[in-house]
Design a protein around this ligand. Structure first.
Ligand code: CIR
Length: 343
């Protein structure tokens, strides 16, 4: 890209990349190639093509975070609302927390995921077909050798016909091509090649392979027993980290394709039915804000809330430990359920 006057961000864009990438900075960074050959032009394509991007930049490998630090760091500090001296906080220990809704009156399901990427491969937006397949082969082998309590089945999407794939999708056990933000970042390239899902025998653990990140490790269960879901997640994360080198930085934590996920790379949330609070959105928003939670649509990011089922999850991922995130979510949900009962 040639940039003398103005970078080609849409006039309507309020993205952080538009805000922080000055022409001078662009000119300083534009000739850099990361070890896997990723450039700033590739990193910002999604932000240019999608004017409604919130941040508009993706990392193409773990080194992108250093190579493009002059623009990425201010974006990270702003997006994650970090205070000076911030740093990744370790802590992924089994938790004891009472089930907030044992009758399952409000909480439909609980889901905690962490994103992990392997050091020795570029990130999803910068992978070629051979690399996607090599990564899939590496983890497929590991999945076969998991201890009994974690064992399960890996399914490659390329091994399924349309009917089989749709059946998995309906059960929420497959993932489609990513959205247009990911498409512009190259993350959907060659889909469904190298993509697939591991499902544990009890179906609580799922691992998405070669989606936005190399691995999305997920624990999901009906009801609101957050500690059960969190502890199950920890078991499989530990088993995998024994065998794989994850992309990690002492200050920035686990490194991910999208800088919004770095740190713990964790999203812990529930689907919760809030018939009364739906009519009092400002009260619900005040409680979620107070407990550092965010509300998403029923089907996740950038979707609408349907039939009063809210997706409520942690807003913070960096400069906070995974254990604190789960504790905050638990406290926040307790307050939300109390407010719903009082209305
Ligand atoms: C964007 O910049 O809007 C997209 N690349 C997606 C960012 C991910 N999530 C988010 O802002 N919550």
């Amino acid at each position: 890209m040639k940039a003398d006057q103005e970078l080609p961000f849409h006039a309507s864009s309020r993205s952080k990349i538009k805000q922080y990438l000055t022409i001078a900075l662009y000119n300083d960074l534009k000739t850099i190639r990361t070890p896997s050959g990723y450039t700033l032009d590739q990193a910002i394509t999604s932000g240019i093509e999608n004017p409604d991007s919130s941040i508009g930049i993706y990392a193409g490998d773990m080194e992108s975070y250093d190579c493009f630090a002059p623009v990425l760091l201010p974006i990270i500090e702003d997006y994650h609302r970090l205070n000076p001296g911030w740093s990744h906080k370790p802590g992924l220990q089994e938790a004891v927390l009472p089930d907030l809704d044992p009758e399952q009156t409000f909480i439909r399901s609980s889901r905690i995921r962490v994103a992990r990427n392997l050091c020795r491969f570029p990130f999803s937006g910068n992978m070629n077909p051979d690399q996607r397949l090599a990564l899939e082969n590496t983890v497929k082998h590991l999945f076969k050798n998991l201890p009994e309590k974690l064992s399960g089945t890996y399914t490659s999407f390329t091994d399924l016909d349309e009917k089989q794939f749709n059946a998995l999708l309906e059960k929420g056990l497959a993932f489609r091509k990513g959205d247009r933000f990911m498409a512009s970042a190259g993350i959907n390239r060659d889909y469904p090649l190298g993509r697939g899902i591991f499902i544990s025998r009890d179906k609580v653990l799922r691992i998405w392979v070669n989606e936005e990140d190399h691995l999305r490790i997920i624990a999901q269960s009906q009801g609101g027993d957050l500690a059960y879901v969190f502890n199950r997640l920890i078991q499989i994360v530990r088993a995998l980290e024994d065998k794989l080198d994850f992309a990690f930085d002492r200050k920035k934590g686990f490194l991910t394709a999208c800088p919004t996920n770095i740190g713990t790379a964790m999203r812990a949330g529930v689907h919760i039915h809030l018939k009364q609070l739906e009519k009092k959105r400002s009260l619900l928003e005040a409680i979620t804000r107070a407990y550092h939670l965010q509300i998403r649509g029923t089907d996740g990011e950038k979707t609408a809330v349907e039939k009063a089922v809210f997706d409520i999850s942690n807003a913070r991922r960096l400069d906070i430990s995974a254990n604190t995130i789960v504790k905050d979510l638990h406290k926040g949900l307790e307050a939300i359920i109390q407010a719903e009962r009082n209305l």
